[in-house]
Design a protein around this ligand. Structure first.
Ligand code: NAD
Length: 443
């Protein structure tokens, strides 16, 4: 029996209530108890979590690079250290894990943690293939209400996210027909880096590669500063998905928070010439989504690497917004970046009399601190987190389908229930990837 289960059971018995069945942890720990947390990936993005985690018990630190431990131990001196996340997850007193590793390991660690009944905070992207996204989402859906999940799209806490949602939902642009998001980061690489030198002592490069195919060590994968080193490896297919896993996750979140979409029914994409080593810089993908209970069918588009949607007016230069979103309705447009927006009504009847701006009591409440929202939900998993693995799993599955369409070079129809392209067998070949022997995605 894990410590958390013991505490819950003890609390339940103490209250004279029925014992929870083994493995059921509804309700979580009392909100006064501290969580026992493993931080996996302790430098870089991991450091951004130190302050919020310091309010809990960080009992395990895991990093493939042992040189990262001394500084992390200064902050969390009682933690045990590990270089292999599989060993770390065996620690018996864990309640929760925070995953800040390279993208190609996210779905692995998240699945293993969920399968061990641990709450999970995973840095974006949740997955780098459609299959990974579907498995990790399904694992969580089985435990929804008992385990808390969150993907690291912390910009979601910006008030602007909900202000845009209110504008569109309340009809400021009439009936929504299309939504566009874009990011113009352009980091070009020719191919995987050649062998160069040896990994420094204490740096377990083989564990860093983990489930991905073998590649020679090159310090160029690790030359970035703290929090930006992901830009040294995330464009290579075996380690990431380029801009989609990078700013694309944040920017699509700005759009996704508004549209209440599930999974697309068709996907198409075009982009620069395919490189088997490196994900595309220039690419655009388009998705059809069915109607839901408040809007008709919509088309969602993602543009990257300098490709852009057409501006509704020549005097608005969308390129001045590095990472942005635009919503098109029957009566106008909303154009936004992460913390501001423009409303552009158009047409003869766009007098805005059809639109009532929300009164104070109808304004969506602030999300609060994004990481704390997850910590609170770990203690009471019936509480919702904004970017749980259902919302974030659907969102990244959509973006990853765009990369599949880019690779097959043609439009296909998609069945979200099965995760298969219904008219394009070659797309189905690209929904997953091959792993090195010894690594299990859903272990
Ligand atoms: N939410 C955000 O705004 C944001 C910002 C930056 C990065 N990120 C995400 O955070 C993740 C890490 O990015 P980064 O720039 O910090 O990368 P990084 O290369 O600096 O790695 C971070 C730490 O994880 C360790 N690590 C890598 N793989 C590991 C493994 N398999 N097991 C244990 N430790 C491992 C590294 O040694 C390093 O100490 C990426 O997935 C990135 O997308 C998110």
């Amino acid at each position: 029996m894990r410590r958390r289960q013991f505490l819950q059971t003890a609390a339940t018995v103490g209250a004279g209530l029925t014992l929870l069945p083994s493995g059921a942890r509804a309700g979580g720990k009392g909100s006064n108890s501290k969580l026992n947390i493993a931080l996996i990936g302790v430098w870089g993005r991991g450091e951004a979590h130190y302050d919020s985690l310091a309010e809990e018990n960080v009992v395990a630190l895991c990093d493939v690079n042992e040189a990262r431990f001394p500084k992390a131990l200064e902050r969390f001196p009682k933690a045990k250290t590990y270089v292999d996340w599989r060993k770390c997850l065996e620690q018996k007193d864990l309640d929760a894990v925070v995953i800040c590793t390279a993208d190609h390991t996210h779905a692995f660690i998240a699945n293993w943690a969920l399968n061990r009944d641990l709450h999970v905070y995973c840095e974006k992207p949740l997955a780098i293939t459609v299959e990974e996204a579907r498995i990790v989402r399904a694992n969580w859906m089985k435990k929804k209400g008992k385990l808390a999940t969150q993907v690291g799209m912390q910009r979601h806490a910006n008030p602007n996210f909900n202000r845009i949602r209110e504008l569109v939902r309340d009809g400021a642009i009439g009936d929504l027909s299309a939504a566009y998001a874009w990011g113009n980061r352009q980091i070009r690489r020719a191919g995987y880096l050649p062998a160069e030198g040896q990994a420094p002592a204490g740096f377990h490069f083989d564990l860093w590669l983990g489930p991905s195919p073998d590649h020679p060590y090159n310090p160029g994968y690790f030359s970035g500063e703290s929090g930006l080193n992901c830009l040294s490896w995330n464009m290579f297919w075996d380690f990431g998905v380029g801009q989609i896993g990078d700013m694309g996750s944040h920017t699509m979140d700005l759009l996704w928070n508004v549209v209440d979409a599930n999974l697309p029914t068709s996907v198409e994409a075009t982009g620069e010439k395919y490189n088997p080593d490196v994900t595309p810089v220039e690419c655009q993908s388009h998705f059809e989504f069915p109607a839901n209970d408040w809007r008709g069918p919509i088309r969602i588009s993602w543009y990257q690497g300098g490709e852009m949607p057409r501006s509704p007016k020549p005097y608005i230069d969308l390129k001045q917004i590095d990472h942005g979103a635009m919503f098109k309705g029957s009566k106008g447009f909303v154009i936004a970046d992460f913390d501001s927006r423009i409303l552009l009504p158009f047409g003869d009847d766009s007098d805005l009399t059809y639109y009532k701006s929300p009164t104070q009591d109808r304004v969506l409440p602030p999300l609060g601190h994004f990481q704390k929202q997850w910590l609170d939900a770990c203690k009471d998993p019936t509480r919702k987190t904004a970017c749980d693995f259902e919302y974030s799993g659907n969102m990244i599955e959509q973006l990853l389908l765009g990369l599949v369409a880019y690779r097959v070079g043609r439009k296909f129809e998609y069945d979200g229930a099965t995760g298969r392209a219904t008219d394009c067998p070659e797309a189905n070949e690209l929904m997953g990837r091959k792993y090195r022997p010894g690594w299990t995605l859903n272990g």
